[in-house]
Design a protein around this ligand. Structure first.
Ligand SMILES: CC(C)(COP(=O)(O)OP(=O)(O)OC[C@H]1O[C@@H](n2cnc3c(N)ncnc32)[C@H](O)[C@@H]1OP(=O)(O)O)[C@@H](O)C(=O)NCCC(=O)NCCS
Length: 174
């Protein structure tokens, strides 16, 4: 898996040495719940999640800015599609860095990588209806709205949420 450089960011594989940086933003109540995951309570919990979800995984990048990991972004399996050439985009950013266009910059670069390097035919993304920041990232990247899947996801609290679904094809991206 290649590193991806953008104007302000380096997207690179995460290692266990990044655990403290990932914990620093993942403990916030404003980050994980917007994406459906529980805020991390201890650095040990972050280390466990790093081992199982992030480290050594293809197409999951840490977002580095000024030598610090401030978020993550990845192209993961799409649970709604049986298509080897489709992947789903997911991302989270430290709230200290919100509102500066950084996730849009990272997402555009990952879309280009997905279509140009991985030769994907479609990239999807979903967000909860209340997550207007993520919705704007998705719109700014040029995704097309497909519809709302009602009562689609049970999150860690047991609450069932609707998800708004989007996708972009390789032809639309180009
Ligand atoms: C969603 C998230 C990645 C956005 O990152 P970011 O770097 O702030 O995104 P950008 O700056 O590129 O774009 C955010 C856009 O949303 C807009 N926005 C943010 N909060 C908003 C709100 N409450 N209502 C309306 N628009 C909002 C910003 O103004 C900006 O749009 P603009 O460029 O047209 O002004 C970040 O907030 C985050 O990590 N949230 C927690 C995890 C999460 O939600 N992950 C995604 C799960 S689907």
């Amino acid at each position: 898996m290649k590193n991806i450089e953008t104007k302000n960011l380096l997207l690179r594989p995460l290692t266990m040495e990044d655990t403290a940086d990932v914990f620093a933003y993942s403990k916030s109540k404003n980050v994980g719940p917007r994406a459906g995951w529980k805020p991390h309570e201890t650095i040990e919990e972050t280390a466990e999640i790093m081992k199982t979800i992030f480290v050594g995984q293809e197409n999951i990048w840490g977002i580095e800015k000024e030598k610090q990991i401030i978020g993550s972004i990845g192209l993961i399996e799409d649970p709604h599609r049986q298509n080897d050439q489709a992947r789903m985009l997911g991302y989270a950013l430290s709230e200290d860095h919100w509102g500066q266009g950084l996730m849009t910059e990272a997402a555009r670069a990952v879309l280009a990588y997905g279509f140009d390097t991985l030769d994907l035919s479609l990239i999807s993304v979903v967000h909860y209806p209340f997550n207007l920041g993520s919705q704007r990232v998705i719109e700014k990247c040029g995704f097309l709205y497909e519809g709302t899947i009602r009562r689609a996801e049970k999150i860690y609290t047991g609450e069932i949420r609707d998800i708004k679904a989007y996708s972009i094809s390789s032809e639309e991206f180009r």
